[in-house]
Structure formats: C-alpha cells, structure tokens
Design a protein. Sequence first.
Lengths: 245, 278, 286
Amino acid sequence: MEFVTPEGLRRDGRRPKELRQLKCDIGVLSHADGSASFSVGNTQVIVSVFGPSVADNRAESLTDRAIVKCAYSEAHFASGARWQKKGRADRRTTELASTVRNALEETILVDLFPRAQIDVAIQVLQADGSVLAACINTAMLAVADAGIPMKDMLAAATVGYLESTPLLDINHTERTGNGPELLLAMHVNLQKAITIIEESAVTSEALEAMTELAEQGCKAVGRFLRENLLEHIQRHATVRGVTVK
Amino acid sequence: MVCVGDRIDTDMQEGFLRGHGTQVLDGQLVATECGLVERVNKLVSVRPLRQRYSAALGDIVIGRVTEVAGKRWRLDIGARQEVSLQLSSVDLPGGAQRRRTAEDEIKMRTIFKEGDLLSAEVQSLHADGSIALHTRSAKYGKLTGGDLLYVPAALVKRQKHHFTNLTTMGITMILGCNGMVWLAPTHEGSSAAASSTSAPEQTAAKAPASAAEREAVSKAANAVRLLASLSMNISPASLLNVCKVCAERGVQAKDMLTASFIGAMLEEESQQRLQTSL
Amino acid sequence: MIGSDEKDFIRGGFKADIRSDGRACNDSRPLSLSLGDLQPCSGSARCTLGSTDVIVGVKAELGAPLPDSPDCGGLHITVECSPCAGPTSQGRAGEALSFELAKCLERALNAHPSGRGSALDLRALSIVSGRTCWVLCIDALVLACDGSLLDALSIAVRAALQNTRIPLVEVGATEDPDEEPELELDDDPANAKQVDVSRVPIIVTVCQMDDAFVVDPTAREEEAAEQACHIAVMPTGNVCGMFRGSGAAVTPFALQEMMSLAQKRGPLLLQAVGKSIASAAMSMET
C-alpha cells in the first residue's frame, strides 16, 4: 500500500504536515464539574471531570496535594473492527489511562488541593488513529471547564513515519503501515515537553524530524484549543451580562 | 478574558497582588484558569465560569446528611472540602443551653438523620481544610415539604438575602452558595426551615402542599433549571423574570424546558438588555 | 441518596399529578435524537431524554449462522455505562447495571436464534444458508443517567436500526455445493438495504408510589418510588415483554395499571420518536 504519493499527498488527500479537521464542544455533560468533547477527523473523545473533592479513600489521599484518577474506556463501536473487551481493565487501557493521568498531574496545580481527589473519565467514541493525543486534548478542555487551575496549556499530537516522511496526525489506515509512531504532549507556552512516547526502532534523523513536526502539531492544536476556550468564555460572559473589555 | 497560560497585563499598575487563578512565572503574572480577569485595587485574579464550590466563612449553604456519628453529622454540600456539623453547633430541642450529654449523642437522629436536608451557615474552616457548619439561628434547620435543585455554584452570587419570600408566587426560596436551591410553599408565620428547636409536633403540623402550591413550586423550579441551563445568574429577580415571561406567553410549567421556550427566553433577555442599554 | 421528607414530597406530587418539573404522571420529558454521527458504524443514534443521554452504534458484520438456525442472521447486544456518567456507574454496580440493561434489551428484541417471534426479521439477514449471514452488533453506551435508561436505550436502538444500511451482497455461483461461494459487497450506498423496524418495540418505564403511577421517571423519582416496571410495547400497542425493576413485589392490580399505562404511552412515544427521526434526517440532508 502506498501511503504518500510522489506528489506528496496522503491517502486521504492531506499533506504530510496537515492536521485533520478539529472540532470541540465545551461543557457537554451538565452533571460533571467539567466536560468536553473533541474530535480530530473521525477520532472523537468525550471527557468528564469531577472535583477537586474529598478523596473517597483516606488511605489513598496525599497530605500535600491532590491525587488524579483517570478512567479510560473505548466504546465497542469505536473502531472498524469490533474488539471484544475482556473486562473493564486490560493492560492496554490501563496504560493509556496512566499516560493521560501522568500528563495531567504534570499540568494541574495539584499542590493547591491537599487531600483532594480529581476524577477524569475518558470515553472514546470513535477511534481513527491518534486516539491518545485526542484523549489528552479533550481532558485538557474538560479540566479547564471544571475551573481547575493548570500550569499551562496542554496540547498533544501524534506523528507517524512512512516512506521516509514524517506524517502528522496519522489515521487508522496509516497505522496499518506499522511505521514508528511518536506521541508528544507539551506545555505550549512554556515550550516544555511533558510526555514523549515512541516505541519502535527509528533512526535519530527520523526521530528528530518527527519530534519537530510533533511540536508544530502541538502548537497548532494549542492555538485551536485556546481559541475555543476563549470563545466559550465570551459566549457565557455575554449571557451572564458581564462586559468583557 | 484569558486562557490558561496567557500573560496578564500588569504594565498599567505599579505593583500587583496575586489573586486566585494566577501564578507568577519569571516575574510575569500568568493565568492558571480560563476566565475573566478581575482587578480590585492591586489584587489581580482570574475567575473561571465554573468551579466546584469552595466554602467561605459566613456562606449560607444547603446540605444533605450522609452520616451520623460521634457527636457530629457528616454532610454533602458538593464542596471541595469535607463538611461536618457538630452536635454543639446545633440548637437543642426545647431551646436548652447546656453541655451535650451522652444521651444527646444517642438522640442525634431525632434531630437530623441520614438523608435529611438542612440549611446552615459556614461557621469555621479548620486547619486541615475541612468545614464546620452551624444552625444556631431560627432561620436554619431541617428542610421539609419542598423541592431541592442542584445548579452550578458559580451561578449563585453571594448576595444580601439568601432567604427570600417570593410573595407573588407564595413561595419561599433559599439560595445556597453551594448551588443547592430550595423552593417551598410559604407557610404563614414561620420561617423556611423547621429549626431544630421546634418540637416534632410543630414540624409535622405543616400541611402538605396543595395543588396550587405545587404548581407554583414546579414553575419556580423549572425557572431555576432554565436559568442554569442557559448559564445565567440565579437570583429572585431573574427567577421572577422567567416566570413573568412564562405567564405572558401562556406557557405551562411542564413546557418551560422545551427548546422553543428556552429560545423565547433568550430573545426576551436580549430585548430587555437592549432596552436597558438605550 | 434521598431523604424520607423528600420521598414524601415526591409522593404528594405524584398524587396531585404535579411532578417536580410540572409534568403530569403521564407526561414524558423532551426527547431529542441525532442520527448517523458514528463513522465506523452501519447505523447510529444518540438519544437524550431529559438529562439522560445514550448513544447506540450498530455494525453489520459477516458471520456464520448458528447450527440450529441456518437461515437466520445474528444479533448481539451490549450495554456499557461510560465512566463519564459518574462515579456511581463504575465498578461492580456499574457492570451489574450494564448487564441487566443488556439483558432487558435483548429480551425486548427477543433475539431468539430460531428467528421466531423476534422483533427483527433475522431471516432477512441470511446470505448463504448454513454458511454466511449478517450479524447485527448493537452496542449501547450510557453517557449520562437521569432515570428511564431503558426507555432512552430502546429509542436509540430503534433509531440506530432505522439508520442502519446493510450493503447488498452478491453471491457467486459455485458448482460444488461444498465449495465456499464468493461474496461481493456492493459499495454503493444507494443499493444498501434498510432494516425493517416495524416490529421493534420501545420500553416504557413506569414507577409506582402508593396508588400513583408515573412514566419516564427521573433518577430522583426512581429512587423515591417503591416499585418500577419496564414494559416493552410494540408499535401496534401490544405488550411484548415486561421486566420488573428493583423494589418490593408488585400487586397484580398494579401490574395491570402499569401495563395499560405503558400501552397508551408507547404508541404516542413512538410517534414522537418518528417525528424526531424525520426531522433529524431532514437536517442532515440540508
């Protein structure tokens, strides 16, 4: 299968450095303290956030900061091939939840809430590649919606590498090429990388190219998230009759 | 208006005090929340649209008893912190002023039991961050014979009067700072709450709500739900406004939450704002 | 959690026919449907009933028929409570609830291998007798729970099935009857066939407190009520299934009342669903 044509077009018509269409909705589930829905192409994730609240389990709570708990679930209908889930927690979902949790713990100002607990529930509705990055982006929006303070804007992007070309925001078909995949989550303003995951053998040149592209991708996603958050505030401030200078 | 990570402009001021929702990085004031920048004298803070309720001294709240144990009740008020109501912070039946005995402890459930709703005031914040409430005033106490609603706490501004009698509707409303709102038919000569000092007979004597009273309560409740869904501030004035529009358009209580009435409400609101700004 | 005073107030409301949101005992909450949002699915629907929010995705997959019903297709139903629905939908309780919900839906659709009495014509899903058939995988997800889950789920299932398009299959001729015939799937959506939902029931939840019966209870009303029944009603108004919720036993008289209430509400609700689907389809075309 050819993934990049000689003219430099991908199978879905995108250029190598092009993101798919981004869409998001903030405050979608009223029963949660914060929530958001985010989609990039056909990958769609919903996240709801509860907290900060009193920790369920005293033994688990920390005296100097809040604990962040992450639950991850992929719907049965999320991907092309329906996979049978063997119970709620299998290794893959546990790892994914763990990755998002770590990124959030680095971002949320947990020191402000000793003995508290913040619950983040991630629900993948459609999986078409770059799912983990989408989860992180959605979680960021939901945490912002919940009014939980953060060090900086968190944004994530995935980059693949096929036919010697780094490809931003790979979809499921491109994943079947089994090339290397890099996930980068970073604090956009502070320009700090928070999470980097790359699991296959790759040359250092390729890695450099992928990382650079991922950084650009994160910044682009960060701009999108910021725009939408500000628009959301503007709309609500207007409804509440507050003038925004 | 700022987003997380944005720099906050402090060039116009000589110095600044860092308030909520901000942090200082490299001498620059940076937002940690998405929201509106508030400047009060030198204090610069960022207020987000929504946030889990965090209790402050003197706040009037509504809570539900979750546990009865060891000289205190544990309550759920939807707050960030743990909440308790000490036996010593409650007026004893008969208005007695004395030390609490072991017998009192056993009888705690006769005052408030699991599942009961009550109104109270935030008395103190402990060193470990937990909150202590008190009901030592006639206006606080158990809430019966009415309806409870949950709205985002941010929509309930701290105002002068949290206990209001909506006389035109015959309803008493309690706006908890924690986003719990209580609506009940107004009973002549008594306050909203059955305080713990009143004998059990008095509380039981409250007549069950009539059909007309229930209509009024459901109308008010839907008005609150509508305001909450539109993220508009909840106050006696805004509630009465919604009911007024409802009456003008002849909309029944149960149809207040349909898409068409919500749209109509938004229209009305924008019209009213236009008129006031002219 | 709900206190005894709150229960009394709700009880009084049922009696006076004025519920917390002004509804009469017979009224349902506003319903909205959105179709076809899930790309990987052959059909999908999202249903909100008040604050209850559910999504159903239907996938038509190729599979083999069961040995004792070679001319029938297959049907699988799963229900999941999303962690987004809140902490109460997690852990053992959440799993138990999901299992119960799936069982109820399955029984309502009467996914019987024989294809007899099934709400869906499983024979229409057969491709090659004894060898290949379509299997409809119906996966439901609960995003937010505010009571009447089975009502919302059954509505979403019905809408998702109505939205489902199954590709036309051309079966190649074979000389040898034991040889595996070649199958060619027609990609053209215009040639795809629809699923006949005319016999698909919806479930109406009825709660009881003293002598009052209410439909479409909210989570609070469900918690306050002593008994609840979930009644599957066909478009014709016939009852095709009944499941008792938790709570004390229901008297035969109460059961009768609940059934007749559901029979009245069922067709009305289906009309509302039909309207919703039609308007959703129209807004998609524009």
